[in-house]
Design a protein around this ligand. Structure first.
Ligand code: MLT
Length: 395
């Protein structure tokens, strides 16, 4: 008899966001017609910008004509998009070969797939609170996971220590869920640590476009030594509204080697085997993101999300609630009021105020007592949520 992957028994019954969606659906069914304000999952609410829409339309038309039609796309990405991403990195001083850029169908897919590069005996360090897919993807593979808790005392930006020695190191900056961002000095410590120990950093840069402080690094490859120890996974989901369209990219330097094996070459081998590339149409849409018009369009949307953050932060300041993030990241990580645990607060907010957020405990044990608000909702909903919070919690 076939034995299924027994490691699935180590997983919780449902994935965090699927579980929350189920609870919210059940509540909505018993309260039809009531307006629920959704500040839970980080899903965008603004449409794709004009430059992207026009490129998508043009690409659809290309598919209608024999001369411009595309069948299978190159597995590692269309040259035009790899070039556009490399040029974008060059603008911030990071020099990449175009074939160090791999086009993906989004960061969440890639964060799971990339683990093919590593032995199942390798260990993974997850700095918590963390995006829950890091832990779940490694549980599915049966890897040993080290949980490194972070907290208010270190601003949710822990430094490496002997206890954080592992083969794979996850770093997400700007961080989901805490909104904290590593500065150069602190991030350099992790790069040096990884090089000293032969570890590989999986750097999740999905929220880099929300950084506004000029001194903060957007890419780990801005740091010295990263080319021998890091892989960067990025996405156009939050940067450019591609959550439904699906597109991302991964940077694997050709200088990244372990045990005499080259990880960039291994990923080429993996992609050519396991994918037939990302849709031509979507990649043309992605290319448009990196044009001046596309950059102006996505900046306009990001400003709207940032304004949502300002509205909510003002309300939390008025209430005297402690929080992190919101400035260089699209998440606000708030301490639950009155010492409530995070699921109790989730239930209260949903049932009393019709607001959905994400309980901190869903991001790891040390997230207990905190709550995450996403800034990707509509300005109207965010404003209304701020007003409902002010009404409920003003003394
Ligand atoms: C989140 O809410 O943490 C993200 O939207 C989930 C994701 O990117 O898959």
């Amino acid at each position: 008899m076939l034995t299924p992957n027994l490691h699935y028994r180590d997983l919780k019954d449902s994935y965090l966001f699927a579980g929350i969606a189920g609870r919210v659906r059940a509540f909505q069914e018993t309260h039809p017609g009531e307006k629920i304000l959704r500040l839970g999952i980080g899903d965008v609410s603004l449409p794709l910008c004009d430059a992207v829409i026009r490129a998508l339309h043009r690409a659809v038309d290309d598919q209608a004509v024999k001369e411009t039609f595309h069948g299978y796309m190159p597995e590692c990405g269309a040259p035009f998009l790899r070039k556009a991403v490399a040029a974008h990195y060059l603008e911030r001083g990071v020099n990449l070969d175009e074939d160090e850029v791999f086009v993906s169908s989004g960061a969440s897919d890639e964060l799971g797939d990339i683990l093919d590069l590593f032995s199942r005996d390798s260990s993974a360090l997850v700095i918590e609170p963390a995006y829950p897919a890091y832990v779940d993807a490694n549980l599915m593979a049966g890897r040993t996971i080290l949980h490194l808790p972070s907290g208010e005392e270190d601003g949710f930006l822990p430094r490496p220590s002997e206890a954080s020695r592992a083969d794979i190191l996850y770093i997400c900056s700007p961080n989901n869920p805490t909104g904290s961002v590593y500065d150069r000095e602190r991030l350099q410590k992790w790069v040096d640590f990884a090089n000293a120990n032969g570890s590989v950093i999986l750097f999740d840069a999905a929220y880099e476009a929300f950084i506004e402080d000029p001194d903060l690094p957007h890419s780990i490859f801005e740091l010295e030594g990263a080319r021998t120890c890091a892989i960067e996974i990025c996405s156009l989901s939050k940067t450019a509204g591609f959550t439904g369209t699906r597109l991302g990219y991964t940077i694997i330097p050709k200088t990244l080697e372990r045990c005499g094996m080259n990880l960039q070459a291994m990923w080429v081998r993996n992609r050519t085997t396991k994918t037939n590339g990302v849709s031509y149409i979507i990649q043309r849409g992605g290319e448009a993101v990196f044009t001046p018009e596309g950059q102006a369009g996505i900046r306009k949307n990001i400003r709207i999300y940032k304004n949502n953050a300002t509205i909510l932060m003002q309300a939390l300041d008025t209430l005297g609630f402690r929080y992190f993030g919101g400035r260089n990241a699209p998440y606000i990580w708030m301490k639950c009021p009155c010492g409530m645990d995070s699921w109790t607060f989730f239930d209260r907010l949903l049932t009393e105020d019709r607001i959905v957020g994400t309980p901190g405990a869903g991001f790891g044990a040390c997230g207990e007592g905190f709550f995450r608000f996403s800034m990707f909702g509509s300005p109207e909903d965010t404003k209304e949520a701020a007003e409902r919070l002010l009404k409920r919690y003003s003394k």
